[in-house]
Design a protein around this ligand. Structure first.
Ligand code: IMP
Length: 426
């Protein structure tokens, strides 16, 4: 059985955690393939709300194996905290961490903060968790990987090799006192011991699972519009959050991936800075924020809210090869008499094809809206397509039509049962 990817098709926070959790019940493996603790997935299971950052959403399913793939950057202290939290709820983690995944070091977090300060008005609004600096070191070939981290001698050797340069940067450019090998080893030694039993060659594991006909679910983090190549650069994260990142970040070949499910909200949100053509910087945006509880899972920051943008999602559909759409948070829009949806952009009076590459062009784009009739009914108790108010149904059907992808699932609330399946996903 080939692998299925769940990917965010907007700027993150699309509800991937819920969709993954829904599918995880049928999966043998759930795999994170990129990003790190910048991601925040909320999973409600057995009356408890888990806010996961690094652990795959499948962790709450007793029969599912969870994998943190080589493409992820792992903050060892945060991962240990999450493990302790799920264990305190009686769950025993069936977890595997790639020996090739890079480790977020204390100096990465500090650099993330200092670099943001340095950017001044041009700051990205990063989560401050060291994600960008860890990927910079990975690409710059001065990172430390899990296999080295959990071996005390190798860890010390790697730190001795990379720390002098880090300290020169921290001290010379930023006036920070820098770090010593001993202080870092002391801070992280216990986490290294805790994580060691979980570290393995996860590419081998996953390829064997696929060869044995097992089901593998690849869980994207962040969102396609935050992808380092295809997002709204430079207001992006530092990894390939699009579905293309799944093969490299999990260590499986692209030929193994049989389906890509794109998750979108019934509207649009964004955290941090960067262009947002359909943003509602007004009381309607504030109304959506309150109804949708649109505050960051990782940072608690209020999310910027706006109308659904079909241009942006069409871009995500192309670059991630999305072939099935999951629409979440439809219930939030109940009570609006009319709901505008962005169907195109105009730039200097001309219709735009594709998605602009520069911030300047994107900022100059005017969204073209189509208004759809709203509905009054509360959708929280809708359990089937037939129970869906006709205007709500037309609304999601129109979204699917505008982005050219069939509907797979519609979500009308945070609980697992508040999910309407339109066709088999796995
Ligand atoms: P970083 O990933 O911490 O470097 O942050 C880069 C940008 O991506 C910032 O605008 C963050 O707010 C945004 N970002 C990163 N991860 C997520 C996510 O999971 N959801 C929403 N935004 C995110």
């Amino acid at each position: 059985m080939p692998a299925v990817v769940v990917v965010g098709a907007q700027w993150g926070d699309e509800g991937k955690g819920k969709v993954t959790d829904y599918l995880a019940a049928q999966a043998d493996y759930v795999v994170r393939y990129q990003g790190g603790s910048n991601a925040g997935h909320t999973v409600v299971a057995d009356g408890h709300t888990f806010r996961l950052h690094l652990l795959p959403a499948g962790i709450v399913h007793p029969g599912t194996q969870c994998v943190i793939g080589n493409g992820v950057v792992v903050d060892p202290l945060m991962l240990c905290r999450e493990l302790a939290e799920v264990q305190s709820h009686g769950l025993s983690p069936r977890l595997w961490i790639s020996d090739r995944a890079h480790v977020v070091m204390p100096y990465h977090r500090v650099l993330d903060r200092l670099e943001e300060e340095q950017r001044g008005d041009g700051r990205i609004g990063t989560t401050g968790l060291g994600i960008g600096p860890t990927y910079v070191d990975k690409v710059g070939r001065s990172g430390i990987r899990m296999a080295e981290f959990v071996d005390p001698d190798l860890f010390r050797q790697r730190l001795q090799a990379v720390l002098p340069l880090k300290n020169r940067l921290l001290q010379g450019v930023y006036g920070h006192p820098g770090f010593t090998v001993e202080a870092i080893v002391d801070e992280l030694a216990e986490a290294a011991r805790t994580l060691k039993p979980y570290v393995t060659d996860t590419s081998l594991l996953l390829n064997e699972a696929l060869a044995a006909g097992q089901k593998v679910l690849l869980e994207g983090a962040n969102g396609t519009l935050l992808d380092i190549d295809h997002g709204t650069y430079p207001f992006v994260t530092s990894s390939n959050a699009s579905a293309g990142g799944a093969a490299a970040g999990a260590g499986i070949g692209p030929t193994r991936i049989s389906r890509v499910i794109g998750v979108v909200k019934a509207y649009t949100t964004r955290v941090g800075a960067g262009p947002f053509p359909t943003e509602l910087d007004n009381e309607v945006g504030a109304w959506i924020r309150e109804r949708g509880r649109e505050y960051g899972t990782t940072t608690g920051r209020p999310r910027r809210c706006g109308w659904f943008d079909a241009v942006l999602v069409r871009h995500a559909v192309r670059v991630s090869g999305i072939d099935l759409l999951a629409v979440t948070l439809l219930d939030v829009l109940s009570g609006l008499p009319k709901i505008p949806v962005c169907v195109g952009y105009r730039y200097r009076g001309q219709e735009v094809s594709g998605f602009p590459a520069t911030l300047e062009a994107l900022q100059g784009c005017e969204p073209v809206f189509e208004e759809l009739p709203g509905w009054e009914e509360d959708l929280g108790s809708v359990r089937s397509w037939e129970q869906m108010p006709v205007n709500a149904r037309h609304y999601v059907e129109r979204l699917a039509e505008l982005v050219g992808v069939p509907l797979g699932l519609v979500s009308v609330g945070p609980a697992r049962e508040q999910t309407i399946l339109c066709q088999e996903l796995f």
